[in-house]
Design a protein around this ligand. Structure first.
Ligand code: ATP
Ligand code: MG
Length: 387
């Protein structure tokens, strides 16, 4: 028996049983088991002491009281339901469906059966008919296949039948940890937390890097709050907070105001590359979206990304600000992101920064900026978060 979960077994019709469906399990085939284990480990981490069983395509949590809000935040979960469990026997299923229906107020209903276990002697159509007839006759209710007041879902699993009436939507995607690590450049704005979240949703473990001017901000509390919200989705988080005042001063000294933002972002990118190397991360994440601000014209993004040897992924690149704000609200970071924060660059950049930077020119200016990446990373404060 595996230490983290048990293969499904005959389950007692308990209370607070939750049936979890995962959707896309990346790369499938042989890797499927790895993804399932990753998802189950994450559920355990989020819920603490619970018993978990698995069957092909589904996970069953025993005594998942109060789990709903946590499950809604675990990438890899497509949907989940509070379930009633019956023996694999049509008479038992009929009895349980009737019991479930009796406790509900409804005029019309439908049965929606799925037979995953093909050894069960009735196919889904037959189950729909048999159980539907029972409820229709015993409770005097009407069937409505289009817009029923109540739907009773029945799933025929390997060892049990599952009955439920509501599906709670999860966030989908892939379980965190199934795709390896990335480092995310996170600012106090709205965008980069959303970009980081989208990578978590694709199964990546995100390590955060935030640069701040320690002479303007005593401590980057706002960022900590944002990272704590994001930690609910990946459960364990590491973050680098890097004081950056000296380096900003260096840049101000050597680079004309119109070009500072680009040089500044190139330097951040180089430091992020070094941290990524140490963390064994495979990509750098930013919250860029084409044309949103001056640093995000195609020309300027070219100049900035050229400083990276790792690929830079920008999940928001084609999104509108409105769409990004919607997502930030759903994730829970928006309200914190809009709080005032002395952004480390607002005071150092020009009113009209260059929008079409020339790489050669930028590199020339950059040569005059003396940076000791090692020393900068040494000065960073590394914090770890768990639930
Ligand atoms: P955001 O809302 O994410 O701050 P933005 O639209 O304000 O984005 P910029 O301020 O130009 O755009 O920043 C672009 C990207 O550069 C950010 O999304 C983030 O990935 C990175 N970045 C900017 N400032 C910082 C910082 N202080 N620390 C770490 N990364 C930063
Ligand atoms: Mg910003």
């Amino acid at each position: 028996m595996n230490s983290t979960y048990m293969e499904t077994q005959h389950l007692i019709h308990g209370i607070n049983m939750i049936l979890v469906h995962y959707g896309e399990i990346g790369l499938k085939g042989k890797n499927r088991a790895i993804f399932e284990k990753c998802l189950i480990d994450n559920i355990k981490k989020a819920l603490g002491k619970v018993k978990i069983y698995k069957e092909y395509g589904r996970i069953i949590i025993e005594d998942g009281k109060g789990a709903e809000e946590k499950l809604k935040k675990i990438p890899g979960i497509e949907n989940f339901s509070l379930v009633h469990i019956a023996d694999l026997n049509i008479e038992e299923i009929k009895k349980l469906a009737l019991e479930v229906a009796k406790n509900r107020k409804f005029a019309t209903f439908k049965i929606d059966a799925r037979r995953a276990n093909k050894n069960f002697p009735y196919n889904s159509m037959q189950i729909n008919e048999i159980v539907g007839k029972e409820i229709k006759e015993k409770l005097k209710k009407e069937v409505d296949l289009e817009k029923p007041d109540l739907t009773i879902y029945i799933e025929i699993g390997d060892k049990n039948a599952f009955l439920y009436t509501e599906k709670v939507k999860g966030i989908g995607g892939l379980p965190v940890g199934s795709q390896g690590k990335v480092v995310s450049l996170i600012s106090g704005g709205i965008d980069s937390p959303v970009a980081s979240w989208l990578m978590m949703k694709r199964g990546c473990k995100v390590v955060f890097i935030h640069f701040y001017n320690e002479r303007l901000v005593a401590s980057p509390k706002k960022l900590e709050e944002i990272i704590k919200i994001l930690n609910h989705y990946q459960l364990q988080t590491k973050a680098y907070f890097i004081p950056f005042a000296d380096l900003q001063f260096e840049i101000i000294k050597s680079v004309p105001a119109r070009y500072r933002m680009i040089v500044y972002r190139r330097v951040m990118t180089k430091i992020a590359n070094e941290i990524a190397k140490r963390e064994k991360a495979r990509a750098i994440i930013t919250g860029d979206s084409v044309g949103q601000v001056a640093s995000q014209t195609l020309e300027n993004l070219n100049c900035i990304y050229e400083a990276s040897s790792l690929p830079i992924f920008t999940p928001l690149i084609g999104m509108d600000k409105k769409e990004i704000i919607e997502m930030a609200k759903k994730i829970g970071t928006y309200e914190i992101s809009i709080r005032p924060y002395e952004d480390c660059c607002s005071f150092m950049v020009a009113k009209h920064p260059v929008t079409r930077a020339n790489l050669e020119k930028i590199k020339e200016m950059e040569e005059k900026v003396i940076i000791d990446i090692d020393a900068i990373i040494k000065k960073s404060e590394i914090k770890k978060y768990s639930l």
